[in-house]
Design a protein around this ligand. Structure first.
Ligand code: NAG
Ligand code: NAG
Ligand code: NAG
Length: 873
């Protein structure tokens, strides 16, 4: 008998274990439990967590079980006397949250899951979300394992781990929440979020809930700067205070039956979106804001931080502005001096409404209008949010071949750049129909071109589109085209991702570099070399490349270019330097003075442009010379984050047929010297603009030199464009929705001055790049009862001056100087808490400024020697 009892109790023990979730006593029918509730939210700067602003909500929660059995229960929840306290503690602002406690809400609870949530129709979104936050605290499991649960954060993967039979931990991950999210595709321009969400809870030995602590933590950082951003921490505590009996119950076969007598409706547990409304006269409109920023929008502010920060302030509102309002602003006589910057804004806004308004400037009659039309198109080309309708509209415009050649070229480049950016958006690719249409258009036009200039225009279009489907066409042009076409095609090819270069492509580039099948232009060879080095050659491949140094190839500038690139890469990468050293040492012919000290003026180098506390950026300068004068020059300014580079601005110079002015006389390049040409090719954020030609033909050059038209500094490029453009949301467990955004802009004023005297046989040039950078970010949490906000911003005005002196009396001497003046980096963090009901607002501002010392970059020994020569004379 005894044995039987033991066996029975063992069996029942097992049986009990299998019925397991031992929710036992939880929420017994007809009882009510009361809990203390506390929700604390703090926000602050990511860099210094010691100063925060925040709030605390305290309340009492009553949970009554009105219907159900052991497993299925209908719970009625009521919030009693909720109060709000702002932190740091400011007792005067303890306020009662009216409305929050007034109505009951209900949950259908089934073995630890909240299956349904019902609340009043009259609640606003923030109140409903608050209730959802409370309801979801009653969601818990007592068996370790992985589950999927929904709560105000969305639908999350959760994992339960028990610490003892009464203490448990729940980790929440991968919460899916449908909401507006946008980020730039380029990693250096993105923001990073680090999050952790968890819940710890304690149950009684009978399985009823005693204590819950839910924690959410989020750190939001701008990738381009170290530790720059904001954080938010939310902790919600629920603790049992007592229980009572004698709660009225309701009857019904199912939960829905039981719910019939209540005037509530069912909702999911995910938070509902909430947009704070501005009250009446206080609403910002674009027109109002433009008036206050009018001064920052004039041309004198281009290249300054004012200009960038004004754009950032306007873009957000601009995205919600109608075409009519834009048109009114554009047409206003008082906005005459701001017009160019307004077109930058329209290009950055990039909605169909802004495009509708901007189209009024695309019909142009004068050169001034043409300039504005191009300004809009160039802004659109680098915009981060290309729209299909706008691309289609511009493509149709291009199909009609506008008469003005410059405008037509700019239009083609804009359509191509937008096509590229559109293909990179989530859900799109180079197969997307509109992107295919752009590609087909460019190839069709290219095929119907007769002249090189026409071909170059559409090759540039392919360069901007970067569709892998055009690689074969470009390779064919590089191999078979005229010198100019071949160089353009190689420039386009170099802009593609290195991951595309398989063995076939590699063989083609080697053919061009070593001139295996035929002779190639020296620039095409240099570009082929750039690609071969970009691929990161291994020992064998590099050994092969350096053979050129001891070959009898007469193009000494190509050899010098190779040597310079090898040195540049060795400076940057110790592994490469070691490999190169081993290759050189193995071969006595390579390792001799004549090879290392080869003739030629070409240079390749990289220098640090900016570093912590500012963003990390480098300048890469590649100058390919021919017959003593520049043939192709590139100065690229690139933002660097981790392994990723993002080209912010590229200044390219091209020249041809100038060496006859210089007395070196030993031009061995297979260059056609018949016509002289010089110009500039700019790329903004990777989008190549149409070339700016200084002169084309000897007659024009003479005109320039004698009339001195080039001796005033002339702006070559002026615009303010968006950099960072990211936004997302992070819903907290307590029902609050945190909004995150980062926007950045760069304002560039590039101007140049060239003086040249054929009589004195010298030339002097000065190029100045003035840049104004502003990045602003925001973390905000808005509810009807309280708002928290952290605004963080950084501003800087870095400048770069490049001067060059060329003396071609005898052997040409070129001295270049690259200088960066001092600048100041300012950072500001503003934390604000607002309680709308009592018109309470408190703000904390932290400001820091760093002096960034200027410098003159050491270029290379040869340049130093030549500068000394010029200084002496
Ligand atoms: C954080 O800010 C406080 C007050 O502004 C300051 O005393 C403290 O040194 C700062 N901490 C750090 C790590 O910068
Ligand atoms: C910038 O470079 C420094 C030194 O390499 C590095 O410590 C820092 O993390 C970099 N910052 C960013 C934002 O990439
Ligand atoms: C150029 O060089 C020549 C000879 O090397 C010298 O006489 C002359 O003064 C120089 N001119 C300038 C402007 O430096």
């Amino acid at each position: 008998m005894k044995l039987l009892l033991v066996v029975l109790s063992v069996v029942s023990l097992f049986g009990h274990c299998h019925v397991a979730p031992a929710f036992g006593d939880a929420f017994q029918l007809g009882t009510e439990q009361s809990f203390s509730y506390l929700s604390e939210v703090r926000t602050g700067s990511a860099r210094n967590a010691s100063h925060t602003v925040g709030y605390i909500v305290r309340a009492k929660i009553h949970v009554a079980t009105m219907w159900g059995d052991d497993e299925h229960k209908l719970l009625r929840l009521k919030i009693e006397s909720p109060t709000l306290l702002t932190t740091p503690g400011d007792i005067r602002h303890r306020t009662t949250l009216s409305g929050v406690g007034s109505t009951s809400f209900y949950i259908y609870w089934n073995l630890g899951q909240v299956k349904k949530f019902f609340t009043s129709k009259n609640d606003d979104a923030t109140l409903t979300n608050f209730k959802k936050g409370v309801a979801s605290l009653f969601q818990y499991q007592l068996l370790d394992g992985k589950y999927v649960e929904e709560d105000p954060s969305g639908i999350c993967d959760v994992q339960y781990t028990s610490h003892s039979s009464t203490r448990y931990h729940k980790a929440k991950n991968n919460c899916q929440f449908s909401g507006d999210r946008f980020e730039r595709t380029e990693y250096p321009l993105r923001s990073l979020i680090r999050t952790s969400r968890s819940v710890d809870f304690t149950v009684s030995t009978e399985g009823s809930l005693e204590k819950v602590v839910a924690q959410d933590y989020l750190k939001y950082l701008v990738n381009a700067y170290d530790n720059f951003g904001a954080f938010v921490e939310s902790v919600t505590r629920l603790e049992i205070e007592g229980s009572s009996k004698n709660v009225d119950t309701v009857s019904g076969k199912t939960v829905d039956d039981a719910m019939k007598s209540f005037d509530v409706y069912e909702q999911t547990l995910s938070s509902e979106k909430y947009e704070p409304k501005c009250d009446g006269g206080n609403c910002d409109t674009l027109v109002k804001l433009i008036k206050t920023l009018k001064k920052s929008l004039t041309n004198d502010h281009i290249g300054k931080q004012d200009s960038s920060s004004a754009l950032l302030k306007l873009v957000q509102l601009g995205r919600a502005t109608s075409a009519e309002d834009f048109l009114r602003i554009l047409k206003a006589k008082t906005m005459h001096d701001q017009k160019a910057q307004l077109l930058d804004l329209l290009g950055a806004v990039q909605t169909t409404e802004s495009h509708e308004a901007a189209k009024s400037v695309l019909v142009y009659e004068s050169d001034v209008d043409m300039f504005l039309a191009e300004r809009y198109l160039q802004a659109l080309a680098v915009g981060s949010r290309p729209k299909r309708a706008v691309i289609e509209d511009l493509l149709a415009m291009a199909e009609n071949k506008p008469k003005d050649q410059k405008f037509y070229d700019t239009l083609v480049q804009t359509v191509a750049s937008m096509g590229h950016r559109f293909a990179k958006l989530p859900g799109n690719s180079f197969d997307t129909d509109v992107v295919e249409n752009v590609k087909d258009y460019l190839l069709r036009q290219l095929n119907s071109c007769a002249k090189d200039k026409c071909k170059q225009q559409f090759i540039r279009g392919l360069h901007n589109l970067k569709s892998p489907k055009t690689l074969n066409a470009l390779v064919k042009l590089a191999l078979e085209g005229s010198a100019k076409v071949s160089v353009s095609a190689m420039k386009a090819l170099r802009s593609f991702s290195v991951f595309l270069w398989n063995d076939d492509f590699r063989a083609t580039f080697e053919d061009i570099f070593f001139q295996v099948s035929k002779k190639f232009d020296s620039s095409a060879r240099a570009l082929a070399l750039d690609i071969l080095l970009d691929i990161k050659p291994d020992f064998e491949e590099l050994t092969h490349l350096v053979q050129l140094l001891k070959s009898n190839d007469k193009a000494y500038e190509v050899k010098q270019y190779l040597l310079q690139k090898l040195r540049m890469m060795a400076d940057r990468c110790p592994d490469f330097a070691e490999m190169l050293r081993r290759i050189m040492q193995r071969d006595a012919k390579l390792n001799n003075y004549h090879v290392i000290g080869a003739k030629g003026l070409s240079t390749a180098l990289t220098r640090t442009y900016s570093t912590v506390p500012s963003f990390n950026a480098t300048l890469e300068s590649l100058q390919e010379m021919s017959g003593g004068v520049l043939k192709r020059g590139v100065v690229d300014l690139a933002l660097e984050v981790g392994e990723e580079r993002f080209s912010m601005f590229t200044l390219g110079l091209f020249a041809g047929g100038l060496s006859s002015f210089v007395s070196s006389g030993d031009s061995e390049d297979n260059e056609d010297d018949s016509d002289s040409i010089a110009g500039m090719e700019l790329a903004v954020q990777g989008s190549v603009l149409r070339p700016l030609v200084f002169f084309d033909g000897k007659g024009e050059l003479m005109g320039h030199v004698w009339s001195g038209t080039a001796s005033e500094p002339t702006p070559a490029y002026q615009a303010t464009t968006l950099l960072q453009d990211n936004e997302e949301i992070f819903p907290l467990q307590n029902g609050g929705i945190v909004k995150l955004s980062t926007m950045g802009a760069i304002s560039i004023d590039l101007n140049g001055q060239v003086t040249m005297s054929l009589w004195g046989r010298n030339a002097h040039s000065k190029v100045e790049q003035n840049t104004g950078i502003a990045v602003t970010g925001r973390l905000s949490l808005d509810t009807t009862f309280v708002s928290l906000r952290v605004d963080f911003e950084v501003e800087q005005e870095p400048q770069l001056h490049l001067t060059s002196d060329l003396n071609f009396s005898s052997d040409p001497i070129l001295c270049m100087q690259l200088m960066q003046p001092n600048s100041i980096l300012t950072q500001k963090v503003v934390k604000t808490i607002t309680v709308p009901g009592v018109k309470y607002r408190k703000r904390q501002t932290t400001k820091m400024s760093h002096k960034v010392s200027g410098c003159t970059h050491a270029l290379n020994q040869k340049n130093n020697d030549m500068c000394n020569l010029i200084a002496k004379s």
